[in-house]
Design a binder for this molecule. Sequence first.
Ligand SMILES: [Zn+2]
Length: 462
Amino acid sequence: MDGEGRREKRGKKLRWIIGAVLVALVVVVTFRVGSAPQISIEPALPGIGRRTPVAVVFEESSRGLGRIQVELVQGQLSQVVAEEEYRPRAAWKFWGPRIAHAELELEIGSDTVDGIEPGEATVRASAWPAPTWLRRPDPVVQELSLPVRLIPPALEVVSMQNYVARGGAGVVVYRVGESAVRDGVEIEANWFPGYPLPGGDSGERFSLYGVPFDLENGDEIRLIAEDDVLNRSSRSFVERFFAKGYKTDNIQITDQFMEKVVPAILEQTPGIKSRDSLLESYLEINGELRRQNTETLTALGESSRREFLWDRPFFTMPNAQVMSAFADRRTYVYEGEPVDQQDHLGFDLASVRRAEVPAANRGIVVLARYLGIYGNAVVIDHGYGLMSLYGHLSSLEVSEGQTVERGQTVGRTGETGLAGGDHLHFTMLVRGESVTPVEWWDAKWIRDRFAAKLGESFPFKP
Ligand SMILES: [Zn+2]
């Protein structure tokens, strides 16, 4: 065979190869649609209420996602709640950018979709595989049926004469409908859950709440009942709100005082680091550590026992002088300059040095250890979120888990923590919110404002 014949044969082969590649390409661009996308629908709640968060996830990793859509279908009515269009990879491309994963975070409910009715509704998610010029595949459709509930739980206030004071406590008895899964009293960011009324009918409940000492308005104290899809009933129920003013006070802080308290507190509190100056360390303790201690007390409040552990008025330290009453707004002054402001939410009681500190009432010790600004401290749980706190003790005479009787010595006064001299810092707490002990020391207040509302459920012995 001569050279020309060989070239001709090679040319023929090449034409065949090019032809085959072209045919393959035509087949690919004509028939290579994207794979079927995967879809998942994840509601955050067991049904649709006012606004139920629903996450819809789409995946397709061959040519990537094209068009996706979410509808809410109810009977004949279908409404598009979300829609996206992406550009899939061209049919002939096996590389390059594409959207393989998309997640739509939706809120579906009567607040966001018009005309939605109680009953059932279907969330329908559709995703179209990437098409070719000839083939347009049907979408992949995933559906999820959910109940639609729009009526909030029934809620009726039973207690009358709901009179409360700033920095005081209150109890309210009420009745909730069966659909309620969460009920109680809400005051700004504070939550005081409801409990079944001992001996009451089903649906009869009560909540013990503490009013922040600087709350502006009694209407912000609200009784709440929510169902499992967050339909919410809300009532303001306080008829009289005593908005006593709080005192303001200047506290002089000296280097001598800081040298006494700062190193001792830092030593006992590994979470708080020493700062460049004594004053900065002091401010960290008075601000950040105070905040952390409040968090600890709130967490303790949440684990309070669901029973009344007491039945008599609260007890105060005998022969004690009140050095500071509840709710002072203190400005801290250093070398003539205001450097900080904090609220003093407790009573400072002084008697002799190392005086015996009696338990204010019967309860269970839930904290008996060093607690930041309070130094050596004892917290007694009296049940249903009500606790008493004893701070700055020189010694502890009880341990955690122990049941104490009213008047039993829990420790001795001292000056541990943020204390200038030997005294007891005493306060009552409702789920970690400090409230004035004056109410709890007063048998008449307990009878009229607390026991009378609870009736037979609380056998008070004044
Ligand atoms: Zn104090």
